[in-house]
Design a protein around this ligand. Structure first.
Ligand SMILES: [Zn+2]
Length: 90
């Protein structure tokens, strides 16, 4: 297992856990927004951070590259059994 335990917030590609998005998608965000995301994260201002992330999501969605949050990470796989049960036809 590598250090790629996170996933890109827009395209769900495996990335380093400390990152929000894969390098090309992170690069397409405007610098003021990237600065704001990093700054609010450092200050642990989670309200402002979440708002900034919402802005980033909108940009990725507008570009047509944003994928819905399908659990694909190793961490999320732990919940897959429960999810499968929940999705089972009655
Ligand atoms: Zn991406």
């Amino acid at each position: 297992m590598s250090s790629l335990t996170g996933e890109c917030r827009c395209c769900r590609k495996p990335i380093e856990r400390s990152r929000l998005a894969c390098p090309p998608h992170w690069a397409m965000l405007p610098k003021p927004l990237k600065d704001a995301i990093l700054d609010t994260y450092k200050r642990r201002d989670m309200r402002a951070y979440a708002a900034n992330i919402g802005e980033a999501d909108k940009i990725w969605q507008a570009a047509g590259i944003w994928k819905p949050g399908v659990p694909m990470s190793t961490r999320a796989n732990k919940g897959m059994e429960a999810l499968r049960d929940a999705l089972k036809p009655v």
